[in-house]
Design a protein around this ligand. Structure first.
Ligand code: ATP
Ligand code: LTN
Length: 332
């Protein structure tokens, strides 16, 4: 059976962009790849490469797990767990640090970008982050690792490290294949539709958060920036605002953009926005309800416990094999 592994950082509130661009596709994959075993984890160890408030981090971890389940991740098909609860990630992470060379880490684009933002000093794990990420993947003999563009370089490094280790110590790791899920919509800011909707945007009106109050969501859509023309037509260059709203409408309704253009042929922006606002609120309502129910129920912990145990069964065997290959401890 093939294995799929992916991690998600618990770094704040998820947006409609995160949902339509990433989560929704992930949920679709669980249906498409029915013969594949899924390991999905909350990458909390990765979050501490920058300073974190403990109360906020604890809350974000639970919230992310609940939100993924609320969006449709099926615990019968997916082992969902918290990275720091499976100690083997740290163990193999350290071994990967002895497999990778410093210049390889210094070459990573994400490191180069992020280190510029760390005024209080660069933590050493910001540099070694890709060694831990390689461990996350290699522990589970993952064949498939769905990641966004920004993580491809880390995945390439993981492949190199797996091959290097196998060459030096004998076949131990599966070399994972890069996997690009079908591209979803790129959702743009509601106040400046030429830039991406991003969870770190300072302007709250620019972003729909999945857990926003539904009335607030409706107001955000109704006040989204559009052009002064009145036609509901998809044209990213000349009409980026209305095109973004058409993309959102299409992705949540399953209707194609030309179908929507036809439906609203003789309509106006106010009616279109008001319809979309209602549709989006109704789309997110059950997700929010499931989310709140999960946070208040013991089910979330049961899922995370089972996920951890399933992950540990695989990870423990692998780390023992690695220690043996290296001559560590007393394993023969
Ligand atoms: P930040 O504001 O911290 O950069 P972000 O909201 O851009 O965060 P990431 O955490 O970088 O989101 O990305 C998580 C996932 O969501 C990635 O797979 C990314 O491609 C996807 N994603 C993020 N924003 C959008 C968007 N506006 N449209 C489509 N997909 C998005
Ligand atoms: N680095 C990734 C999160 C991540 C991950 C992984 C993804 C950590 N470990 C293993 C896939 C496989 C990010 O920042 N999005």
């Amino acid at each position: 059976m093939k294995r799929l592994v992916s991690g998600i950082q618990p770094s704040g509130n998820l947006t409609l962009g995160n949902y339509l661009g990433a989560i929704k596709q992930f949920i679709a994959l669980q249906e498409e790849l029915s013969e594949t075993e899924f390991f999905i984890f909350i990458a909390d160890l990765h979050a501490i490469t920058v300073s974190q408030d403990k109360t906020a981090l604890r809350k974000n971890i639970r919230s992310l797990a609940a939100l993924y389940l609320a969006c449709g991740l099926d615990p019968k098909k997916v082992h969902l767990f918290i990275q720091s609860e499976v100690i083997e990630h740290n163990q193999l992470g350290y071994i990967m640090e002895s497999t990778v060379y410093v210049p390889e880490l210094e070459r990573m684009t994400q490191y180069k970008d992020k280190k510029l933002k760390q005024q209080a000093g660069i933590r050493s794990n910001l540099l070694t982050y890709p060694a831990l990420m390689a461990a996350d993947i290699l522990l589970y003999d993952a064949d498939i690792v769905p990641v966004g563009e920004d993580q491809k370089q880390h995945l390439e490094l993981t492949r190199n490290l797996a091959e290097r280790f196998n060459q030096q110590h004998g076949d131990t790791f599966i070399v994972p294949e890069p996997f690009t899920p079908k591209v979803g919509g790129k959702i743009m800011s509601l106040t400046d539709p030429t830039k991406k909707m991003s969870k770190s945007d300072d302007n709250q009106k620019a972003v729909v958060y999945l857990l926003d109050d539904l009335n607030q969501i409706k107001n955000k859509i109704k006040s989204a920036v559009t052009d002064s023309d009145t036609k509901i037509r998809y044209n990213v260059k000349d009409k980026p605002g209305i095109s973004n709203l058409l993309t959102i409408y299409s992705l949540i309704s399953g209707l194609k953009i030309p179908e929507l253009e036809q439906m609203y042929e003789n309509s106006n922006y106010a009616t279109f926005k008001s319809d979309l606002a209602e549709k989006l609120a109704e789309y997110l309502r059950p997700i929010q309800e499931r989310y709140h129910a999960l946070l208040a129920s013991p089910e979330l912990d049961t899922v995370l416990d089972e996920g951890r145990d399933a992950a540990k069964r695989v990870a423990y065997k692998k780390i023992m094999k690695v220690y043996k290959r290296l001559g560590l401890g007393r394993i023969k």
